[in-house]
Design a protein around this ligand. Structure first.
Ligand code: GLU
Length: 471
C-alpha cells in the first residue's frame, strides 16, 4: 500500500512551499487509496514550539487536508537511541570526541586550502580502551556514521531521474549530537522505515540530504523508498519565495480571508495541471486526476494576483451561500458589524459577492450594509456641503415612501433630474455619500434592495444635517 508522510518542523508558520508539499502528498495518498502520515519533526527542541505545531495542524485542516496517522518525533527519542546503539554495536557508527574547537580548526584549514570541508575522521579508529578512557574522563561526544570514502551514492528521483553524489563531499556525518539528541538525517530514516513510508515526497532543498539518508537505510538493511523532490516555489523575481515577497505563510492568507479551497486549488495546480482547459477544480477532481509524473520539473512561480483572482472565483461562482456565510461570519464578528441577522447577511452576500475577492475586502465593501453607523470620508462630506446636494436630499426624502428598492431610486433620481435640473452624476454621488459615507463602493441601487428602508431614510436625514451645519 502507498504510504506517504508530511513532516513539518514546528519552527514557524506553515509556509506556502510546505503547504504545497503537503497537498501533493495528500493528493498522491488519496489518489492511490493509500495512507498519509503527519509527522511533527520537533527534534530541535530549541526552535520548535507547541504554538507553531498547533498552528500548522490548524492550517492544514483549514486547507482541507486530513491524515491517517500522527506522530511527534520528540516522543520517540527512546526508539532513536536504541537504533543509534545498534549502529555503534555493529561498528557502523562511532563516537567522536573532537571538540567544537578541534572541528573549527579543521574547517579553517580546509578553507585555507580551498577544499570543501569534511570531518577528518580523527576519531574513526580510536581503540576501545581510548574510547573508554575519554568517556570516563567525562569528555562529551557525538556519534558519527562510518561513511565509505569516495563512493558514488546514486538514486533515481522520480521527477529528476538519476542523481549521484560522492561520499567524499560530506564524509562521516553526525547522527547523534553531544547532548544526546539525534539529527534530522538519522531520525527521518528510522521513522520512514518503521512507519512503512513507500514514497518520500518533499522539497528539493532536501536533495543533498538524500544520499546521507540512503547510507543510513543501508546501514540498517532497511528497504529504500522512492524519492520525489518537488521544485521550490519562486517569487515573481525568480528568487526563492520568502518574506521579502510579502505574505508567505498560510496563516496570513487565512487571516486575510482567502477562500481555503482556492488556496488548495491554486497550490495544487502550481506546477501541475490536470491538462484540461480550465483552472478551477474541486478537491475530489484533483484527487481523481492527480498524476505525480506530470508535475513540472521547473520551479513554480508564485503569483499572488492569480491566487486572489481564484479566491474571487470561489466566492462568486463556486461556494454555496451557506459556506459563503460560514466563511464570512468570523470576519463579520471581527469587524464589529451589527446588522447581522443571518437571512439578511445571506441576502447581502448573494447580491454583492462579485464585489470582493477575499473576506478582508468583504468587510470593507460591505461596511455600509452591515453596520448601522457609517463613517463619513472627507470627500463625501465635502460633496454633501454643496447646495445641490441639499436640494437632492430634500427632494429624495419628500418623494421616498416607507419602502425603497433599486427601481424607486432610479425613478426618483430621474424625477429630481427633470424637476431640479441637477446632473445625474451629482444626484447619484450625493446619494452614495449619504448612504455609504464614501464616493465609491457597492452600487447605491443594489444597496436600496437590501438595506432596511428606515436606515436608508435615517442616513439621508443625517446627510441633510451635514449640509445645514455647513451653512
Ligand atoms: N522536517 C523537514 C522540513 O520541514 C522535512 C523533512 C522531510 O520531508 O524529509 O523541511
Amino acid at each position: 500500500m502507498v504510504c506517504v508522510r508530511f513532516a513539518p518542523s514546528p519552527t514557524g508558520y506553515l509556509h506556502l512551499g510546505n503547504a504545497r508539499v503537503a497537498i501533493f502528498n495528500y493528493l498522491f495518498a488519496r489518489h492511490n487509496g493509500g495512507k498519509l502520515i503527519l509527522r511533527i519533526e520537533d527534534t530541535d527542541r530549541e526552535r520548535s514550539t507547541k504554538e507553531f505545531e498547533e498552528s500548522i495542524v490548524e492550517d492544514l485542516r483549514w486547507l482541507g487536508i486530513d491524515w491517517d496517522e500522527f506522530y511527534r518525533q520528540s516522543e520517540r527519542f527512546d526508539i532513536y537511541r536504541e537504533y543509534a546503539e545498534r549502529l555503534l554495536r555493529e561498528g557502523r557508527a562511532y563516537e567522536c570526541f573532537c571538540t567544537p574547537e578541534d572541528l573549527e580548526r579543521e574547517r579553517e584549514e580546509a578553507e585555507k586550502k580551498g577544499i570543501p570541508y569534511r570531518y577528518s575522521g580523527k576519531c574513526r579508529d580510536l581503540s576501545n580502551e581510548e574510547r573508554k578512557r575519554l568517556k570516563e574522563k567525562g569528555v562529551s561526544y557525538t556519534v558519527r556514521l562510518r561513511v565509505p570514502p569516495n563512493r558514488d551514492v546514486s538514486f533515481k528521483d522520480r521527477l529528476r531521474g538519476f542523481v549521484s553524489i560522492n561520499t567524499d563531499d560530506f564524509g562521516d556525518f553526525i547522527i547523534v549530537r553531544s547532548d544526546g539528541s539525534p539529527t534530522y538525517n538519522f531520525v527521518v530514516v528510522i521513522d520512514d522505515a518503521l512507519m512503512g513510508v513507500t514514497h518520500v515526497i518533499r522539497g528539493e532543498d532536501h536533495l543533498s540530504n538524500t544520499p546521507k539518508q540512503i547510507l543510513i537505510y543501508e546501514a540498517f538493511g532497511f528497504s529504500i523508498p522512492e524519492f520525489i523532490h518537488l521544485p521550490v516555489i519562486l517569487g515573481e523575481d525568480r528568487s526563492k519565495l520568502s518574506k521579502r515577497h510579502g505574505a508567505v505563510s498560510v496563516r496570513s492568507y487565512r487571516e486575510e480571508g482567502y477562500v481555503p479551497e482556492a488556496l488548495f486549488n491554486y497550490l495544487a495546480t502550481l506546477g501541475w495541471n490536470p491538462s484540461e482547459e480550465r483552472e478551477i477544480f474541486t478537491k475530489e477532481e484533483l484527487i481523481r486526476m492527480f498524476n505525480i509524473d506530470d508535475i513540472s520539473k521547473a520551479p513554480a512561480v508564485f503569483n499572488r494576483e492569480k491566487l486572489k483572482w481564484m479566491s474571487g472565483i470561489y466566492i462568486r461562482e463556486v461556494l454555496d451561500i451557506d459556506t459563503l456565510y460560514r466563511y464570512a461570519l468570523p470576519f463579520i464578528k471581527e469587524a464589529g458589524f451589527d446588522l447581522t441577522d443571518e437571512d439578511y447577511v445571506k441576502r447581502v452576500l448573494e447580491k454583492t459577492k462579485d464585489s470582493f475577492e477575499t473576506f478582508a475586502e468583504m468587510t470593507e465593501r460591505l461596511n455600509p450594509l452591515l453596520k448601522k453607523e457609517i463613517n463619513m470620508s472627507e470627500e463625501a462630506l465635502n460633496l454633501l456641503r454643496t447646495e445641490e446636494s441639499r436640494v437632492v436630499i430634500e427632494a429624495f426624502l419628500e418623494k421616498m415612501g416607507d419602502n425603497i428598492n433599486s427601481q424607486d431610486v432610479k425613478r426618483i433620481a430621474k424625477e429630481i433630474q427633470k424637476e431640479k435640473g441637477i446632473k445625474p452624476k451629482i444626484i447619484w454621488q450625493t446619494l452614495r455619500a449619504c448612504i455609504t459615507g464614501k464616493l465609491e463602493g457597492v452600487g447605491v441601487d443594489i444597496i436600496a434592495d437590501l438595506l432596511p428602508p428606515e436606515i436608508w431614510k435615517e442616513r439621508l436625514q443625517k446627510g441633510l444635517m451635514y449640509v445645514s451645519s455647513s451653512k
